[in-house]
Design a protein around this ligand. Sequence first.
Ligand code: DAK
Length: 253
Amino acid sequence: METILERRGDGIALVRINRPEARNALNPAVREQLAAHFHDLAAGEEVRCAVIAGSDKVFAAGADIKAMAEASPSEMMRRPDVWVAIRAFPKPLIAAVNGWALGGGCELALHADIIVAGESARFGQPEIKVGIMPGAGGTQRLTRAIGKYKAMKILLTGEPVTAREAEALGFVTEVVPDAEVLDRALALAKSIAALPPVAARKIKEVVLHGADMPLEAALLLERQAFQLMFDTADQKEGMAAFIEKRAPQFRGR
Ligand code: DAK
C-alpha cells in the first residue's frame, strides 16, 4: 500500500505516506487512500486526534509530476477533489514532517492544525519551477499563515525554507531533532486525545471558520460554541474534578 493507517489506541491514529521510490509524491493512489483514511477517521469516536507523516527521510515531494505532465485542463478538472476529506477533517490533525515537504506535500502539512518538523526538514512551493502554481491551498493558507510578503517569496521563487525559518515565519509549530519528530507528534496527539473531544473539535471549527469571518461574527461563533460546551458531561466533569481536587475522567460526552 502507498499509505498506511495505524489505529494506535489511546484515541490516536497515524496515517503514513509510503512511496519511498518517488519521495512520497502524491499520485492518484496516495491521494485517494488519504481521502479514504480521513473520511473513515472522521467517523466514530474511537479516534480523537490524527497524525500524518511520511518517512524519516521525506514527508512528501508534492503531487506526482509524472502523473500530470501530459494532463489536459479538462482532465485536471475531472479529477476528484480528494483534498476535501482532509480539509473537512473535524478532529485535531498533527503533521510530523521529516525531510522534504514540497508543493502538494507542503500544502498537505498546511492542512494540519499543528506542524512538528525535524531540524533538517525543508518546506517549499516549487510548483512555479515546473510551470504551474500551487493548487491545494498553498497560495491561500501560506499567505494567511505568514502574510503576503513572506508567502510571495516562497511562492514566486520556489525556493525552500528550513524548518527553523518556517518556525520563525510562523507556520511550523515546533522544531525538534529529526529522530524525535514522530514521537513528539504522537505525544502531542496523546495529550490532545486525553482531553474532551467535543471541546477539541469546537476549538478547531471556530479557529478555522472564524479566520474567514469578520471579527464580530467570529466572536459570536466563539460565544455560541462556548455556551454549547455547558451541555457536555465533560464540562461538568472537568469543573467538578477541579473543585474536588482530583483528576478528571473525560468520557467524550
Ligand atoms: N513527482 C514524481 N516523481 C517524483 C517527485 C514528484 N513530485 N519527486 C521525486 N520524484 C521521483 C524522481 O523522479 C525520482 O524517480 P526516478 O528517477 O528514481 O524514477 C525519485 O523520486 C527520486 O527523486 P530524486 O532523485 O530527485 O531524489 P532527491 O533526493 O535527489 O531529491 C527532491 C528529492 C524532493 C528534492 C526532488 O525529487 C524534487 O525536487 N522533487 C520535485 C519536487 C516538486 O517539484 N514538487 C512540486 C510538484 S507540483 C492539485 C493540487 C496540488 C497540486 C497539483 C494539483 N489539484 C487540486 C488538482 C500540487 C502540485 C505539485 O506539488
